[in-house]
Design a binder for this molecule. Structure first.
Ligand code: SAM
Length: 259
């Protein structure tokens, strides 16, 4: 992990000006090779977990949802309620209006291409209307992940948040601890991180990032998780954007160490 020349803390970034529509346009208009692999890893992790331990439905949370619906979709078969938590007033407004549920003029739902990958496993494939089910199960919360209550949820996801919210290593580590601390012992989770990020632009605004490698993710997760598997997903060729060197996916279970 490299220390940045200029520190930008989580409190300093313009979260309320986050342009959800621009973010979707740049990152989620179509499924990249990276998304496809990440979706398959997370889908298989949850499906395998629940094949062995069938205790569902659960309370789920996606932390820092922003304008990406696929982590929440990966929770769908296992939950009776899914909290979508984000610090940005603009993202919360976008989520509350359910802009993500809009259909194109050709009658297509943007997120169905992501759902199709999940639906290759029967537990997902058995859901006929993922769009309306997500609409009815999700509860949008305007909140700061550093303030999440302890052990409030039984399954969770956090994608591209802990390393994409600040340049600070201390805040990266605390964000991972707060995410895992929000889960009950034994809760399955999936988290994804941008590797080697130099920060990112969304619309007219710039956002900070902490440059992490798989060893940093491993060291940070190890304290609060068990059976954790970490996979590095190399950038597609050509990469869909500059300023990063791949993605890191971590899947495991919350342990009983207090965070
Ligand atoms: C890079 S975006 C990732 C969005 C989405 N999860 C994805 O997979 O593309 C980072 C997200 O973290 C949110 N965020 C930043 N700081 C946060 C905090 N302290 N608590 C909760 N969410 C935060 C931002 O508003 C933004 O939606």
């Amino acid at each position: 992990m490299r220390e940045p020349l200029v520190q930008v803390l989580n409190d300093d970034a313009p979260w309320d000006s986050f342009d959800a529509r621009a973010y979707v346009d740049v990152n989620y208009r179509c499924v990249t090779a990276e998304d496809s692999l990440i979706l398959a890893i997370v889908r298989d992790h949850f499906a395998t977990h629940f094949d062995a331990d069938g205790r569902i439905p659960l309370r789920g949370i996606d932390v820092g949802t922003g304008a990406n619906l696929y982590p929440a979709l990966s929770l769908l078969p296992w939950c009776h309620e899914i909290t979508l938590c984000d610090r940005s007033a603009a993202n919360v407004e976008w989520l509350k209006r359910q802009d993500w549920a809009l259909m194109s003029e050709r009658g297509e739902w943007l997120w169905s291409q992501f759902w199709d990958i999940l639906a290759e496993r029967p537990a997902y494939g058995a859901i006929a209307e993922p769009r309306s089910l997500l609409g009815s199960l999700s509860r949008v919360e305007h909140g700061n992940l550093f303030d999440l209550p302890r052990a409030g949820w039984e399954i969770g996801t956090m994608f591209f948040v802990a390393e994409s919210m600040s340049t600070s290593r201390e805040e990266f580590e605390r964000a991972v601890a707060c995410f895992l601390g929000s889960l009950e012992p034994g809760a399955p989770f999936a988290a994804a991180f941008v590797r080697g990020s130099a920060g990112y632009d969304v619309g007219a605004e710039s956002y900070p990032a902490c440059d992490v490698a798989e060893s940093d993710v491993h060291a940070t997760l190890a304290r609060y998780s068990e059976r954790c598997e970490i996979t590095v997903v190399d950038p597609s060729v050509p990469p869909f954007r500059s300023g990063y060197s791949g993605m890191i996916v971590a899947c495991g279970r919350r342990n009983s160490h207090s965070a």
